[in-house]
Design a protein around this ligand. Structure first.
Ligand SMILES: [Zn+2]
Length: 320
């Protein structure tokens, strides 16, 4: 007889993390593994299987004690949560991940897009606790998004709903990787911030970023951005303000579509620079005259960090 135990799994392009979790969300055992690279999908899913078995054993239980396994995967997951339809950063597209694992584990398995699943985790136990309408925005290399509307995770006809990084904020803005112009991702991702800082420096503007990166401007980490903000660097302050304004503009639009109680912002840039970004976003939200008499919407930082996807995976299986 299965106990009130679940396994949450976060499959990433560089690492796979899993944990054995109680029905109340207490993490009982955890494990981590490097994602096998340059191999086919079966080898990757085998690594997932081994990690699931390891965390169950580590917690002192057996597979038959587990009620369900919930997975967050990077890519487009079909609305039934069985298959990855497209994944740019990992070789899993088309492989029957869930059916294969169910057969090997003898447990119910369900899967979702990692950002969507992360928002579910935040709604269950983190920054979205108690709210039925939550939007998540996660600026990083791109901008990930997830929406819970009236208590339900929004999936769309093809599982591609809530790809919020590609909502157009400025139709005349810079070209985005997706082919459109002025997407949120082209204005507020770390990649976009890096691009604008590099352009300013190339034009001869002075920035502490040159010194902080030893002139290696290829990758400008979130921590470097935070340090530059603290030192009131003019270039970084201007670029980050403009990225925050773009996030704020997107939040206003998202609010008009979903009327969320909370908009959760997370990811590396927010963890490092949230104190600078969040007030700008909140100000933009509060300026919207339409909602003045309707009610508030709070922009809040995510709370669960790396555990959001693992716990969200559990939230997903609990709904089965
Ligand atoms: Zn785009």
């Amino acid at each position: 007889m299965a106990k009130d135990l679940f396994v949450g799994v976060d499959i990433g392009g560089t690492k796979i993390a899993a944990a054995l979790v109680s029905g109340r969300g207490k993490i009982l055992a955890r494990g981590k593994e490097t994602t096998p690279r340059g191999v086919g999908p079966k080898r990757i899913v085998k690594a997932v299987e081994a990690l699931i078995k390891a965390v169950v054993a580590e917690g002192g239980y057996r597979l038959k004690d587990v009620r369900g396994v919930g997975i967050g995967a990077p890519g487009l997951v079909d609305p039934e949560g069985r298959k990855i339809l497209a994944a740019p950063n990992i070789k899993l597209a088309g492989f029957p991940v869930v059916a294969w694992l169910e057969k090997r584990l003898g447990a119910d398995v369900v899967m979702g897009n990692d950002v969507n699943v992360g928002v579910m985790g935040e709604q269950w136990l983190g920054a979205g606790k108690g709210a039925q309408n939550v939007v998540g925005l996660f600026p990083g290399t791109g901008v990930g998004g997830g929406v819970i509307a009236d208590g339900r995770l929004l999936l769309g006809a093809h599982g591609a709903a809530a790809e919020l990084g590609h909502i157009v904020v400025d139709p005349k803005g810079p070209l985005c990787g997706c082919g459109n112009r002025g997407c949120l991702e082209a204005l507020a991702s770390r990649t976009a911030i890096e691009r604008d800082i590099r352009a300013a420096i190339a034009k001869g503007q002075r920035s502490v970023v040159s010194e902080l990166t030893n002139g290696k401007l290829g990758v400008i980490k979130s921590k470097v951005l935070a340090k530059a903000l603290k030192r009131k660097d003019a270039v970084v302050t201007r670029v980050m303000r403009s990225a925050a304004e773009a996030l704020g503009a997107a939040c206003v639009d998202l609010r008009h579509v979903f009327d969320p109680e909370r908009i959760i912002l997370g990811g590396g840039v927010i963890e490092a620079c949230g104190d600078f970004i969040l007030p700008i976003v909140q100000k933009r939200i509060d300026r919207d005259p339409f909602f003045k008499k309707v009610g508030a919407c709070e922009a809040v930082p995510s709370q669960l960090g790396d555990d959001a996807v693992i716990l969200g995976g559990v939230a997903l299986t609990k709904r089965l």
